[in-house]
Design a binder for this molecule. Sequence first.
Ligand SMILES: Nc1ncnc2c1ncn2[C@@H]1O[C@H](COP(=O)(O)O)[C@@H](OP(=O)(O)O)[C@H]1O
Ligand SMILES: [Mg+2]
Length: 326
Amino acid sequence: MYRFPEVGSLDFPKASFSKKSMSSTDCFLPNGVNLEDLLEGLRSLSWGAADILMAYARGSKPPYGFPMELEIEDNPGGPVSAADLAVNSWLLDGINSKFPTATWKLLSEENAKEEFVEGLSACNGWIWILDPLDGTKDFIKGTGEYAVHLALVNDHHLKMGVVLIPEKEELWFGVLGEGAWCENRLGEKRNVKFSNRTQISEMILVASKSHRDKTLSQLMERISPGETKGIGSVGCKVGTILRGEADFYISLSGKTAPKDWDMAAPEAVLRAAGGGFTHADGRPLSYNKDNYEQRGCLIVSHGKNHDLICKLAEDEIKKLDPFFEI
Ligand SMILES: Nc1ncnc2c1ncn2[C@@H]1O[C@H](COP(=O)(O)O)[C@@H](OP(=O)(O)O)[C@H]1O
Ligand SMILES: [Mg+2]
């Protein structure tokens, strides 16, 4: 049986997807789950989610009986809209009904509070980590920079991820150790296309627009890339790297931190494609632990000079804040 590499091991598997190379027999999945059926189920759930979100984004009636009104609740952890809640229930119900016998648990940004009480954060075994709407602030503003994340984790290690970017008609899949690819609504596939830029002075850095404190701004300035772009949603930022439009992304926690559901699926797709996704000291991320926070300085890149970017970021952050926990 094929064993997937551990999270964080930068062994750069092949970047392209070949259907021939992937069979349901050599893929390590929960008992009774077949890879082809899983991919098919994820395709229909994802495009259904795209229909719901795009309807809300355009002010038209969402399908599947979800309410028309885009109500928005302002919470300390960020806004939650009717679109977040609709896609949350679409995904949770959909996974349960498509795979009724699978022995996995379901954790999503929207059910995390209840599940945390039940101790799901510490659970071993199979678990889906879902972000029904990543980039809610951008969704509300209407920039189109929003995504849906689904990641499958076993014993705290990533196995596969799906990142849907509705406004670009892109459905990215990544199976660790197998490869990553993009599909459109017709199921037409294309490969990841990383850029060839490796000189920091010509590389393009993407970062959050709405979570950019003084330390992150100073760090970005000190790293001094060729260009810097502010993009909403972690999935959309990683999408720019997968398309070769950008080269690396830096996430820095401050008073708040991104969570498992922000990082898990984008990491799975990027690493399955051969990219790098680590803390600046090279440590891998680990999922569904304690409070689901992904604190520290995270470096996400096309993988061609990941160690160099990490070293530079680590040195600079130590100068800016010697107490920062990388
Ligand atoms: N420093 C931080 N603190 C809290 N959340 C963060 C964060 N950086 C990123 N995120 C989360 O990551 C997602 C993308 O953020 P951004 O667009 O700023 O990069 C958002 O998720 P949600 O939209 O799912 O809440 C946001 O809440
Ligand atoms: Mg999110």
